[in-house]
Design a protein around this ligand. Structure first.
Ligand code: SF4
Ligand code: SF4
Length: 262
């Protein structure tokens, strides 16, 4: 019997025999296609609570699985495997092993927030995607994603200087992700900036890249923000039962200490 909607079955759950005869009938090839039964036994009932303890994941319990988030999702439009509704389902059901199968694409959310506007239950799916990617990193299931690295560089610079200097952020991001700065699109962007931006603005951009300007009297604000960040990071790790990492975080950065920017 043909399998309808075969694309909905993971390829590893399908098996065929090139050479199989049953009761004298040749059922080789696709005639002998079997679907492996799908049995999930390793439920992790803590996942939903852990993710809801991370920023953005607070309202995951409201989801009623309408699918509006996936339907409106920018990334899903180009990659149907990117499915926020499905991942929220897996998290709420505690199906950790199923969730981990998609661990390498969950971070690809581009934070466009179309899902957030489409969601009738104010789940804040964009936040859930971020919290899930963060959870995967904290649990050691994935290395730091490019998205996390960008967030760290951006935040580090704002905390250190109270300003945003795009050129330095871009350079640091490329360096930390092992990418060359001399990429075609960067060269084109710089050429267009030189051709179109006023000289005064170009000078300000160059100046900012070299001399790292700071907001005046920023030190006290920086100290307070760093204290807050350390406190929150400890909360998140404790919420996930990662006590060893709490100690590590304390060693990495004491309250009041300056968080280095790249
Ligand atoms: S914020 Fe992320 S999950 Fe939501 S629509 Fe955009 S890409 Fe999709
Ligand atoms: S749109 Fe909201 S309620 Fe609907 S599936 Fe997505 S998160 Fe759940």
């Amino acid at each position: 019997m043909p399998i309808h909607e075969e694309h909905l079955i993971r390829p590893e759950n399908l098996s065929t025999h090139d050479d199989l005869i049953i009761d004298g009938i040749d059922v080789s090839g696709h005639w002998s296609t079997f679907i492996e039964s799908r049995v999930v036994t390793d439920y992790n009932e803590a996942i939903e609570e852990e993710i809801s303890n991370l920023p953005g994941g607070e309202f995951i319990h409201r989801c009623w699985q309408c699918g509006s988030c996936t339907n409106s999702c920018t990334v899903n439009a180009v990659n149907p495997e990117f499915n926020p509704r499905y991942w929220i389902y897996l998290i709420r059901m505690g199906m950790e092993s199923e969730l981990l199968r998609d661990k390498d694409i969950i971070w690809q959310c581009v934070s466009c927030n179309k899902c957030t506007y489409a969601c009738p239950r104010d789940v804040f799916p964009e936040g859930v995607m971020k919290a899930t990617a963060h959870w995967l990193e904290l649990k050691g299931h994935t290395p730091k994603s490019p998205s996390t690295i960008f967030d760290e560089i951006f935040t580090g610079q704002v905390v250190e200087t109270g300003k945003i200097e795009e050129g330095r952020i871009l350079r640091s991001f490329f360096k930390r992700t092992g990418q060359s700065l001399m990429q075609d699109w960067v060269i084109t962007m710089v050429q267009r900036m030189i051709a179109r931006l006023p000289v005064k603005m170009l000078f300000a951009l160059g100046w900012g890249g070299v001399f790292k300007p700071r907001t005046s009297q920023w030190a006290r604000a920086r100290s307070a923000i760093n204290e807050y960040i350390v406190e929150k990071e400890e909360d998140h790790r404790q919420a996930l039962g990662l006590d060893d990492l709490v100690d590590l975080a304390k060693q990495e950065l004491s309250p009041g200490e300056t968080r280095p920017a790249d």
